[in-house]
Design a protein around this ligand. Structure first.
Ligand code: ADP
Ligand code: MG
Length: 611
């Protein structure tokens, strides 16, 4: 996340994203069919409303198309002389037609727009469900802002395409078929004259449509950039202040925002061309009808009623024609967005459980590492590690920063998979167990703890929602949070602020330990989980933890000797390899890396106590 942000800042920012330049073509019919094949399962549950909605659409169009016919009959009846009762009768028919049209139009909109909302709701749930199941590597390469943009903006665009877009398209097509059929039967020459500008319309729609598609895609990419930057700055607001980078950040934001606006302005220009162009072409149609129709009327080839009917029909087609331009617009946007959403939905977790998981016969918390190596793009984080941790043992792992301690810890609950070798938990290789069962037996407190913005109690109960308040309190006490709770204004019910900002680093770590204990795991892993507390507090917590640790396999990771000297076994990692292992006394006797580290820390502690 950090890296992407920095990279953006480096070189000159190009206005055209690679995506926008690569996709200049419009949307093909095959692509549309593909899109609707994908969306159909989402519409399926709402078949009934969909049918009713489109039924209402047809009835609405029927009522609409009957209106010019009523007008024609009314006008023609005047030819034989004016009679009030007859005219009133046509007026009554007209009122009925208008009423029916309005009635069915209302239900068409309500039903079909509601269905599109339901589909949006289901899609959003699916996006979230897929997202929470993804593995760490996805989140390492995806920015939060990008995720947010796709789950909000893009989803909205897809809804507009699949809901109102399809609705207006159907409305236009069915109405055009009925109206053109009537017009052709009445007078095919006049109809052809009226349709003369139609080919120009379709060409214009095609050209402008593909431009809209391109700009819209670029806009969505920029929106992702902007969301990411806002999100990162909110997250890192303290860092920004501490390094007095407010102005630099503002300048960078202004630049992103400008690019966003530039693309939006381009889109507005293209979209803005649509309306005047359509109105111009529609005007030409009316002109053609006036010229050709007038000439025919003068020659007595056409009645006034027919002429009025023609004009009414054309008036009826104006709105759907305009809507058509809008539909093309919506479709271009919707297709661009659907592509981005499907990329997310098609992401599969890189780490998944096997189809036929093996359940360990005797789940006791035993852990075995067999020739385990973990390779990343720059080299090895772990190399050929062999280690056996007996059930219920407490072992400590010590080593300098970057020696592979966290990598070791992450391999146990399969947050990552080894490049070589295998890890066994409860006597069964981890990749042959179900992920839920494996992770359900392990609680890991990572270096950077995370608290949800809710109460202390809810945070502690996160892994065991059914635990009682008393159990949560006991877990908090075991984690050394007892005295702090008394200081909190509302005890366990104190809210911790977003991501726990109102707690100190040490309090957050202890809350995270309490959460791990309450989950009652067979295996407890504390990855530098006490780094943010002072030595004295640490000793107190370790003493309190002792009872909680008994009966569980515990892995204590630390770079502090005081934390780990009590462990039954201490493993020293350097450059991803185990270089020493044994009890505190054994390692001291070896006078190796551990003994050095120990001596150094003793001297440091003495210096501290002097000053
Ligand atoms: P420790 O917890 O002992 O400080 P880690 O296990 O976190 O060490 O990391 C060991 C080394 O491997 C570090 O140098 C780290 O930068 C590197 N590393 C671990 N995972 C990756 C990865 N996915 N990509 C690049 N480097 C990684
Ligand atoms: Mg670490």
């Amino acid at each position: 996340m950090e890296q992407t942000g920095r990279r953006d800042r480096g070189g000159p920012v190009s206005t055209a994203s690679p995506v926008s330049s690569a996709r200049v073509e419009g949307v093909s019919f095959a692509e549309l069919r593909e899109a609707f094949r994908f969306l159909w399962p989402y519409f399926r549950p709402y078949r009934r409303d969909l049918t009713l909605g489109y039924g209402a659409l047809l009835l609405k169009n029927g009522a609409g198309a009957s209106m010019p016919l009523i007008v024609k009959a009314g006008v023609d009846s005047l030819g034989t002389g004016f009679e009030l009762s007859v005219t009133l009768q046509y007026c009554a028919w007209m009122i009925v037609a208008i009423f029916l049209k309005g009635f069915f139009q209302f239900w068409m909109r309500v039903l079909l727009v509601n269905v599109s909302r339901d589909v949006e709701y289901d899609l959003r749930n699916d996006i979230f469900r897929n997202l929470v199941g993804l593995s760490g590597d996805f989140f390492a390469r995806t920015r939060t802002g990008d995720v947010l943009a796709r789950a909000t903006n893009d989803l909205g665009a897809v809804r507009m395409m699949a809901g109102p877009g399809v609705m207006y398209w159907m409305e236009t097509v069915t109405l055009a078929i009925v109206v053109l059929a009537i017009m052709f039967t009445a007078d095919w020459r006049l109809t052809l004259a009226a349709l003369l500008p139609a080919p120009i319309v379709s060409v214009a729609v095609g050209i402008l449509g593909s431009k809209i598609h391109t700009y819209f895609q670029a806009i969505q990419e920029k929106f992702s950039d902007i969301s990411s930057m806002v999100q990162e700055n909110l997250h890192g607001v303290r860092v920004v202040r501490a390094y007095v980078q407010e102005e630099a950040e503002q300048a960078h934001f202004a630049r992103l925002n400008r690019e966003y606006i530039v693309h939006n302005l381009k889109l507005a220009k293209v979209s803005g061309l649509f309306m005047p162009l359509l109105e111009l072409l529609i005007g030409i149609s009316f002109l053609m009808v006036l010229a050709v129709g007038g000439w025919q009327m003068m020659r007595g080839e056409m009645t006034v009623g027919d002429y009025v009917m023609f004009n009414s029909f054309m008036g009826l087609l104006v709105w759907p024609m305009i809507a058509m331009g809008w539909v093309v617009n919506l479709t271009q946007r919707g297709m661009a967005s659907l592509k981005r959403i499907r990329e997310f939905l098609e992401e599969r977790p890189s780490i998944a459980g096997p189809p036929h998981p093996v359940t360990p016969a005797a789940p006791d918390g035993r852990i075995v590492f067999r020739n385990v190596s973990y390779r990343h793009e720059h080299g090895f984080a772990l190399r050929n590690v062999n280690l056996e941790i007996p059930a219920g043992a407490t072992i400590a792992i010590v080593g300098p920063t970057g020696s592979g301690k966290s990598t070791f810890a992450k391999l146990i609950p399969r947050l990552i998979d080894p490049s070589e070798g295998e890890v066994l938990v409860d006597g069964v290789p981890v990749e042959r167990q179900s992920l839920e069962a494996l992770r359900g037996g392990i609680a890991m407190v990572p270096q950077e703890t995370f608290l949800f913005s809710s109460t202390v109690l809810e945070n502690i109960r996160f892994g065991a929602p059914s635990a009682s308040v008393e159990e949560a309190r006991a877990a908090a006490a075991s984690a050394g949070l007892g005295p702090d709770l008394e200081g909190f204004p509302e005890g366990l019910d104190t809210r911790v602020g977003e991501r726990g900002v109102t707690l100190s680093g040490g309090q957050k770590q202890r809350a995270a330990i309490a959460r791990a204990l309450l989950a009652n795991p067979r295996i407890l892993i504390l990855d530098d989980a006490l780094a943010s507390v002072d030595n004295i507090t640490e000793e107190r917590i370790l003493r309190e933890l002792e009872t909680a640790m008994s009966g569980r396999t515990t892995i204590l990771i630390s770079h502090r000797i005081s934390t780990i000297r009590q462990a039954q076994r201490i493993v020293v990692l350097r450059h991803g390899e185990i270089v020493e292992s044994g009890s505190h006394e054994e390692l001291m006797a070896r006078r190796g890396y551990y003994a050095d580290l120990c001596e150094r820390q003793l001297i440091e502690a003495e210096l501290e106590s002097i000053s």
